[in-house]
Design a protein around this ligand. Structure first.
Ligand SMILES: Cc1cc2nc3c(=O)[nH]c(=O)nc-3n(C[C@H](O)[C@H](O)[C@H](O)COP(=O)(O)OP(=O)(O)OC[C@H]3O[C@@H](n4cnc5c(N)ncnc54)[C@H](O)[C@@H]3O)c2cc1C
Length: 347
């Protein structure tokens, strides 16, 4: 590992030795023992992806910041992973360090929820309901963390993070921690400034400008925690809203199969799902990957899919929609890790 972020870098025993040496340094510096060669499939909702050279789990904000600072100082490519619900990790895996964010603290102060970045957004929604606070109900639909949700300005059911976010604590590329008001984060449709921030040591550079949505390294700017401004409401009314959202999702999304949610962004005034459906692609397969019969903008892992299967099918959908409607669909999901040889992989 020599800072060659997404690429292969050193191979075989040399790489293993460098990884082992880095693991020792990491543990010495942070007190956190990393794991080596960790398959990422089980840490993503798509359930595909090869190994990360190193993985360390952050259980609180201090360890999250310490791990990021260490990787920057050591020139070690690093990616902060929440619940892995917006990513497709390459079959070749990811060189460098994955920081699994499990900093899940939360507390209320009158009508505010202060949440650490690893708190699942769905849990934030139910905690707020119990506290009689409304505004985060849409979060029940989003199987990611607070940090990933801020990064994406995640949204559903007529709301989004921008509607309720007051401020975030960000660990900047220069190592400072700052509290920034939401207005400074450039939150737009599934977008934020964080998606476009780059910094030394980013884990997965833009291997393909057309495919990547912004930079994919988590170390340029990292969300450590967020404060949401909510409003008082009757817990029973909020509970009914959560139940309605739950029912709607079960009906409209293929939740029993692994996926990464919507593959493509909706083009202005249209829906990617409608366009893919109109191309007759519902049910289309590539290896173990399938365009969902329930929702054409979802690609599901129907069993034994590889990351290359997913990408091949997604590229097919893009080409078909482009050919038929002249619309160039942009990816919502991120393809991260080492994609340098994916087209050589056998379908
Ligand atoms: C079944 C399903 C349904 C979904 N429905 C919706 C929906 O309705 N609306 C919607 O908006 N999304 C939806 N998604 C997509 C996804 O859940 C969201 O984008 C979510 O916000 C991703 O959070 P995560 O923690 O899983 O991020 P990850 O996938 O772990 O990471 C995504 C990116 O965010 C970066 N990141 C993560 N944490 C941080 C941090 N603390 N600081 C800086 N960068 C960070 C990562 O480095 C990575 O680049 C759905 C996904 C699935 C699987």
């Amino acid at each position: 590992m020599n800072g060659h972020a997404g690429g292969a870098g050193a191979q075989g025993p040399a790489r293993d030795a460098a990884t082992a040496a880095m693991a020792v340094k990491l543990e010495h510096a942070t007190g956190i023992r990393p794991l080596l060669n960790v398959p990422l499939a089980k840490h993503t909702t798509m359930r595909v992806g090869g190994p990360a050279d190193l993985m360390a789990v952050a259980t609180d904000v201090a360890s999250l910041a310490a791990l990021v600072r260490f990787s920057r100082a050591a020139g070690l490519p690093c990616l902060v992973l929440g619940r892995g619900s917006d990513v497709v990790v390459a079959d070749a895996g990811l060189r460098g360090l994955v920081i699994l964010n499990r900093a899940e603290g939360a507390r209320f102060d009158t009508e505010r929820l202060m949440a650490e970045a690893g708190l699942p957004l769905a849990r934030a929604a139910t905690l707020a309901q119990h506290a009689g606070l409304s505004g985060l109900e849409f979060g029940l639909a989003i199987p990611g963390t607070v940090g990933g949700a801020v990064w994406a300005n995640a949204g559903a059911h007529g709301s989004d993070v921008a509607a309720v976010l007051e401020s975030v604590t960000v660990l900047r590329a220069d190592g400072t921690e700052v509290v920034e008001p939401a207005a400074q984060l450039g939150l737009g449709y599934r977008d934020s400034r964080l998606k476009h921030s780059t910094g030394a040591g980013s884990a997965a550079p833009r291997v393909d400008e057309r495919v990547q949505v912004g930079a994919t390294g988590g170390v340029a700017e990292v969300v450590l925690s967020a404060t949401f401004r909510l409003s008082r409401a009757d817990p029973t009314t909020i509970k009914a809203r959560l139940a309605e959202i739950h029912r709607w999702r079960q009906e409209h999304q293929p939740l029993s199969q692994p996926s990464a949610g919507s593959v493509f962004r909706n083009p202005p005034g249209d829906s990617a799902g409608r366009l893919i459906d109109a191309c007759g692609l519902k049910g289309a397969r590539s290896g173990g990957a399938q365009i969902s019969e329930k929702h054409a903008n979802f690609i599901v892992n129907a069993g034994g899919a590889t990351a290359a299967d997913i990408r091949r099918l997604a590229e097919l959908a893009r080409a078909e929609v482009g050919g038929r409607f002249g619309i160039d669909l942009a990816y919502e999901v991120q393809f991260i890790g080492d994609w340098s040889n994916w087209q050589q992989e056998v379908a």
